[in-house]
Ligand binder design. Structure first.
Ligand code: ZN
Length: 247
């Protein structure tokens, strides 16, 4: 197994593999000592990670999609290489910081600064007067998703340091999403004048160094629905393995 360790898609370092259930201690001893194995609980769910990068605190699901693992970050003192299980001693940990590649996307002008012809990105925002707001940023395989309970919570506030969700797309997903962003046809405006407030959305796509904007008010074209379906599938995970198994 040691020669077969998966590498983190963000930092390219080899990761630790999760073992669930009740493993025989002798068989995992070495892995625990050299941080190639992490012990999960006895309760196994579809959402359990398969691998975790100890540097980035990014865990990877069965379908190969990674996510910034808040639970792991909270417990990382115990999972860290320098934690001593003999003395049960916790040590001072520096606050968690998102990897640079992700921090770049959190900057206001993340679509401006990018200047490679191959970069594909988008900024999507959806909200309404009395509803929650979803603000989603994407660049080259990294999806940063912030959810705000109200418009007030969204406007006038800085993006949080630790976003609601950060997903690292598997190569298969990255290709699907990039292809969609480049080839789907969007009009500039979709407006239903018959509705007074409701839902407003805005999408800025970036590809081939160009930005294209679309805006909608209570109108949702088919391409919009397609994008929503993809985002939902990335968020929820597809566990039947059709999108490239990672294990
Ligand atoms: Zn990493």
């Amino acid at each position: 197994m040691r020669n077969n360790r998966k590498k983190c898609l963000v930092c390219k370092e080899p990761m630790a593999r999760w073992i669930f259930g009740m493993p025989d201690y002798e068989s995992v001893k070495e892995g625990l000592e050299n941080n190639t194995i992490l012990i999960g609980g006895c309760i196994i769910s579809d959402n359990d990670p398969i691998w975790t990068c100890l540097h980035c605190c990014i865990s990877y699901r069965y379908d190969g999609v990674g996510y910034v693992d808040k639970e792991f970050i909270e417990n990382r003192a115990y999972n860290s290489p320098t934690y001593s299980s003999d003395t049960n001693e916790k040590f001072e940990l520096l606050p968690y910081q998102l990897p640079d590649k992700i921090q770049t996307i959190l900057k206001e002008d993340f679509l401006e600064k990018l200047k490679t012809i191959r970069s594909v990105g988008f900024h999507f925002n959806k909200g309404g007067y009395s509803s929650s707001v979803d603000d989603i940023l994407y660049l080259d395989g990294i999806l940063v998703w912030n959810h705000y309970e109200s418009q007030d919570a969204y406007y006038g506030h800085k993006r949080p340091e630790l976003p609601t969700n950060v997903f690292i797309l598997s190569p298969v997903w990255k290709k699907i999403l990039n292809t969609f962003l480049i080839s789907s046809k969007w009009k500039r405006n979709y407006v239903d004048l018959g509705v007074m407030d409701g839902t407003q959305w805005e999408l800025t796509r970036l590809f081939q160094k160009k930005k294209k904007n679309s805006y909608g008010s209570n109108e949702f074209p088919e391409v919009y629905e397609e994008l929503m379906e993809m985002l939902e599938a990335i968020e929820m995970g597809i566990t039947n393995g059709i999108l490239g198994k990672f294990v």
